[in-house]
Design a protein around this ligand. Structure first.
Ligand SMILES: NC(=O)c1ccc[n+]([C@@H]2O[C@H](COP(=O)([O-])OP(=O)(O)OC[C@H]3O[C@@H](n4cnc5c(N)ncnc54)[C@H](OP(=O)(O)O)[C@@H]3O)[C@@H](O)[C@H]2O)c1
Length: 343
């Protein structure tokens, strides 16, 4: 039986990893995961689809003494930098890391299983999961890239508060509740975000870089190039936090090397894995956070020829549950595929 542990099990991503593992039981078949979090959560009982499980405080020796087959890391970049390599336990354990700590290391595979599983070599024990905005866009972009070769991407994102973890969602809910109690009152002070998020949107996610883009925006550029093996792809992103709970949306302008048309794009997207085409604008059918929340597949729609790039460009809108496609599900699919390779 495959054995797994989730470190950061009480967080937004960690909780979804446990659900995804359970929902993929028939193909992946792991036993109930061991759950670890900070000392604050030690001894707490978490209700999961496997039943009630008790959380242990993270301790590297304790974790390594169990020699898990797979560890899903869902804490922070600094935590992963300190512990991820040690948790591979001398090659006994595969560690799949949700943080950005190792995504840009040449020797660490950065993987979306439907796209570049081949990047994982037989001896790789540390695998990086991509940024959520990157992973959601990549699901729709890769089939287009494979057929038409994307040269330029211009992306505007509309990112849910759960992108900042469980506390991000709480801040939206609390801020909204307090504001509705007294519409004339000043907004609740922000903790997780740089400004109040209720009834607002914030066009700045993560740290500002020297080039005027934020790190979140550059992550999409760096990671898309790495996953697609397309180092020359031009990518410009504006990442915006909006007051939704779950699922990120992205408006994407695509310029291609080859001539491209809407019918051809719809054809490749219709058969691509992990995607659902929702493109009937006349009948109000298009991707939305409400419909993509909790769904494994990324929604793609509003597919139209670009007025700017003409016959070498299209516009699309994508929406995906970033806790699933952009984190937990992607990580579990990686483990499932690695396990499948052994069979
Ligand atoms: N949220 C997203 O949409 C998303 C998407 C892709 C990737 N990611 C990445 O996934 C990681 C987790 O994000 P999240 O959104 O799930 O964060 P979160 O909701 O804030 O959860 C953080 C988790 O880390 C645990 N933790 C904190 N310090 C710890 C320590 N010293 N030892 C062990 N566990 C510790 C927390 O446990 P306690 O409850 O005990 O404090 C909690 O379980 C981050 O690296 C994030 O960048 C997030």
């Amino acid at each position: 039986m495959v054995t797994c542990a989730i470190i950061g099990a009480t967080g937004a991503v960690g909780m979804e990893v446990a659900k995804c593992m359970h929902s993929r039981q028939s193909t992946f078949g792991p036993t109930a995961p061991a759950l670890y979090a900070s000392p604050r959560s030690a001894g707490k009982v978490m209700s999961t689809l496997y039943g009630d499980l008790t959380i242990a405080a993270f301790d590297v020796d304790l974790v390594n003494s169990s020699s898990y087959d797979y560890i899903f890391l869902a804490v922070s970049g600094s935590f992963s930098l300190e512990w991820a390599e040690k948790l591979t336990n001398g090659g006994k354990t595969v560690v799949i890391d949700n943080s950005s700590a190792f995504r840009y290391h040449d020797s660490i595979p950065l993987v979306v299983p439907e796209i570049n599983l081949a990047a994982i070599g037989p001896d790789d024990k540390l695998i990086a999961n991509p940024n959520c905005t990157t992973a959601i866009a990549a699901m729709a972009l890769h089939p287009i890239h494979a057929k038409y070769t994307i040269e330029t991407l211009i992306v505007s994102s509309y990112q849910a508060t759960s992108g900042a973890g469980e506390p991000g969602m709480q801040e939206l809910l609390e801020g909204t509740r307090k504001q509705l109690e007294d519409l004339a009152a000043p907004p609740q002070p922000a903790k997780m975000f740089s400004h109040p998020i209720a009834f607002n949107c914030i066009p700045c996610i993560d740290k500002l870089q020297d080039n005027g883009y934020t790190k979140e925006e550059m992550k999409v550029a760096w990671e898309t190039r790495k996953i697609f093996c397309a180092p020359d792809m031009k990518v410009s992103v504006t990442a915006v936090r909006i007051p939704t709970l779950r699922a990120h949306s992205e408006a994407i302008s695509i310029q291609t090397k080859d001539v491209i048309d809407v019918a051809g794009v719809k054809e490749v997207l219709a058969t691509a894995k992990g995607l659902v085409v929702k493109d009937d604008t006349a009948n109000d059918v298009y991707p939305m956070p409400l419909t993509s929340s909790g769904a494994d597949n990324v929604e793609v729609g509003r597919i139209r020829q670009s007025l700017v790039f003409g016959d070498r460009g299209v516009e699309i809108f994508v929406c995906g549950d970033q806790l699933l496609r952009g984190a937990a599900l992607n990580a579990v699919l990686i483990a499932e595929a690695m396990e499948g390779r052994k069979a």
